[in-house]
Design a protein around this ligand. Sequence first.
Ligand SMILES: [Zn+2]
Length: 490
Amino acid sequence: MPRPRRHLVLASLFLGVGCGALADGRQHDAGGAPCSFTPATDASDLAPGLIVGAEVLLPEGSRAGHGVHVRFNGGLGAVGEFDAVRAALPDAAVLDCRGAAVLSPGFVNAHEHPAYSHAFPDAGLNPGYVHRDEWRLGTDGALPLPIPERIVHAPGDARSAAILLAMELRHLLGGATTIAGPGGLPGVVRNIDRHQRPGDIELYDYEADVEVFPFSFQAVADLREECAGGPAHRFARRTADDLAFMAYVPHVGEGRKASCAARAEVARYLRRVQRRDRRYALVHGVATDRQDYAVMREFDVTLVWSPRSNLALYGETVDIAGALPSGVRIALSTDWSPSGSFHMREEVRCARRAAAAVGAELPADTLWRMSTVHGAYALGLEDRLGAIRPGLLADLVLVAHAGGDPHDAVLTATHREVLAAWIGGRALLLSETLPESLGAGRCVALDGMAPRVCGVLSGFGLSPATFAKHVAGSVPVNDTTRQAPCEPPP
Ligand SMILES: [Zn+2]
C-alpha cells in the first residue's frame, strides 16, 4: 500500500534527493508557468517541509500573498504572510504561486457510496419517485432501479483497484480530498466510515456512523398504518440505538415533502437529536421544512445536501430558500454516481441552479464553506481537516487563478486549472508545469485528464494501460456527459 511509505517519500522529496532539481536551485520554469519551485536545502538534519505561496482560503477569509507550511509528516505547520513564513523556515522547499493560484482545503464530501459510485445512471432513472423505498424496492408499484455491482477492493485484484481508483481520482480531480461512505480504496482519497471488515482499518482514516438508515430499510411499509391515521408505529429495528461514534450521518427524509413516511422520519430524527449526545447530520432531508431548519439550527444538526440526486429521483430538493436564511449549517455532497453529481464541482453547479430557480442567493464563499468546513463539521472532523489551519492535515488543492473571486476559482476549476492536490502532504495530482519531485512518487499521465497522477497506480499493480482497460465501462475520471440531470422544477 502506498500510505506507509509516506514519510520516507516526503523526506526525500523535500530534500530534493534524486529529483533532478535545477542546478542553481531556483526557478523551475520561467516560461509562463504559474509557480516557481525552490528545492529544500539539506543543511540540517531537520525535515524542512514545503512552503506553498498563493492566495490562501482561510475560514476567516481569503488572504493574498500567504504562505502555508506543509510539514514532512503530512500536517500543516505555519500559516501566514509569505515572507514571514519563509523567513521562519529558511531550509524548506518553496512552491511560490503568488499572483497565479489559489490554495484551498480539499473539499469534504460528507455523503457518498463509494462502492457503487462507478456506475452510470440507469435508463429508468426518473424524477417521479415519492420516497426512497419506491426506487429501491418497487414500493407502491414504482419502477425499481437496479442497484449497481458493489465493488470491494481485494488486495491483488487489479480490476477492483482500477474501478475504485477511477472513482477516487474523479472526486479528487473534482476537488474532494475526503469522501464519507462505505467502501473505497486505501491510500488515495481520505475515506471515512466505520471499520467492520478486515482491511477496513487501512481503508478508513477516521470512523463515523455514516452507513445506515436510522429507522428502517422499508419505512413506507412500516409507516403505512400510521400514515393512514392509525397508531404511531414503533420500529422494531433501531439502528439509531446502535451508534458507536461521535458523528452520526444517516439518510433521513429522503422523499418528497408530500411523503408522509419521509415527514415521519424527519419528525422522529429531530426528536432524537434533542438528546444532544453526539454530532448529528441529516442526509438529503428533501422532506424538511422551515420549522425543521429552526430545530436543526437549535440542536446543531448539519443538513447534508445533494441537490442533483434529489432532483433526479424526486423532482424536488430541500427548501433552500428557507434553509439558507435560517442559519442551519449546510454541507454539500454528491450521494452517488447513479443519481448524483460525478464530483463536488458538479454538485456546486447544481446547487447554484437549484438556488437560482427559487430566487435564493448562494454566494461563492457560502458554497465553498458548504464544501469544506461544513462537511468536516458534519463528520465531527473539523479539528482534523476541512480548513487550512496549523495542526490540521495537509489536504489541499491548488488551482490556477487568473483573477476574479478566489472562492469561485476553486469551485469552478477545470482539470487544466488543477495544479496540485495533496492528501496528508502527499501530492497525488500534479500539473505538468510543476516538477515531478513534488509528487508522491512517480507521476504518470492518464488519458482525458491534465494533471499527472503521482505515487498511486503502481502500488495497485496498475499501469496507465491496464487502468484504462479495467475502467472502460465505469464513470470516467473526467467526463460528466452521462451524469444525472439537474433540473429544478419551474
Ligand atoms: Zn445516499
